[in-house]
Design a protein. Structure first.
Length: 74
């Protein structure tokens, strides 16, 4: 399944799924004795998580646009 043409898209789409996030939280709480419930609640939260991801994406985009190495590729 991962060797499919859109394998990368498949994985990223799977990770965005709310059920996947719930599953990972349950799995971690069962098998990880150091699981941080407070941190997971922040990750699980749709509005706060989206804001954090958006901020990270903007920072990364600015970094790429200002990179001298990227400008040399043109």
């Amino acid at each position: 399944m991962l060797k499919a043409k859109d394998g990368d898209f498949f994985i990223s789409d799977w990770l965005r799924n709310k059920n996947t996030t719930e599953f990972l939280g349950i799995w971690e709480s069962v098998y990880n004795t150091g699981f941080n419930y407070c941190e997971f609640a922040i990750i699980k939260s749709q509005a706060e998580r989206l804001l954090q991801l958006n901020t990270i994406a903007i920072t990364q985009m600015k970094s790429l646009l200002n990179s001298k190495q990227i400008k040399k590729l043109k």
